[in-house]
Design a protein around this ligand. Structure first.
Ligand code: E4P
Length: 225
């Protein structure tokens, strides 16, 4: 499963890249809003840091298909070929995805709450579909189950489209998605940090260091040289 950072704060992105094996960055207009900065400058800054080969997701904001197509062209010109343009999985969005597929611009059908939205976005030519796991949970449905149903639809219809599971609020949701062999997931820096925030892990590591120090008076193997 590919793992993306769902954030646009460059310092957080740099920190997560330093400590975790991640594959790229996903954004949406609300995530860009949280930086308080010019969105175009933010996207360019993220691209400069992650390099030309990593995937960067940025969302078209226009409300009609023609505008979405224009936004998508502009975004990909601005931040390079490995950019995936997120398009809402609505009728206007499906129209835009079909047009962008013909132009060779890769898209992600986003704002996915139902398997039918995912099916239509994939059939229209989206490279990814992004179900919102936590938001679905909050509506009283089972977000992980919706992802499983979407995976099944894509597989059984031989669709060339990958699930990008999104909107996580805890590690358990991400773990369930990884267990089912989902293509990709995107999570905020705080959720990624929480993957291994565990007193048992810290305690075990501290015990090893402390026992070594009691034995040798040193804290690392290298200190013994
Ligand atoms: C990603 O595609 C989504 O825009 C994002 O994960 C939504 O997350 P949220 O529900 O935390 O806003």
């Amino acid at each position: 499963m590919k793992l993306f950072i769902d954030d646009a704060h460059i310092e957080d992105i740099k920190r997560i890249y330093e400590y975790y094996p991640v594959d790229g960055v996903t954004t949406n207009p609300s995530i860009l809003y949280k930086t308080g900065k010019n969105p175009l400058e933010t996207l360019k800054e993220i691209r400069a840091f992650i390099g030309p080969d990593a995937e960067l997701f940025a969302q078209a904001v226009a409300e009609d298909a023609e505008g979405m197509v224009k936004d998508a062209r502009f975004i990909t010109e601005l931040v390079g070929k490995n950019t995936v343009v997120k398009i809402p999985s609505t009728p206007e969005g499906f129209k835009a995805i079909m047009a962008l597929k013909k132009e060779g611009i890769r898209t992600c059908g986003t704002v996915v709450y139902t398997p039918m939205q995912a099916y239509l976005a994939a059939k229209a030519g989206a490279s990814y579909v992004a179900p919102y796991v936590n938001r679905i949970d909050n509506m009283g449905y089972d977000g992980v189950k919706v992802v499983a149903e979407i995976q099944e639809i894509l597989k059984n219809n031989n669709m060339d489209c990958e699930v990008l599971a999104a909107s996580f609020k805890n590690s358990q949701q991400v773990m369930e998605i990884a267990r089912m062999g989902c293509g990709s997931a995107t999570a905020s820096p705080s959720v990624i940090d929480a993957f291994v925030r565990n007193a048992a892990i810290d305690g075990a590591v501290n015990d090893f260091v402390s026992d070594f120090e009691k034995l040798t008076g040193r804290r690392t193997m290298t200190d013994l040289k």
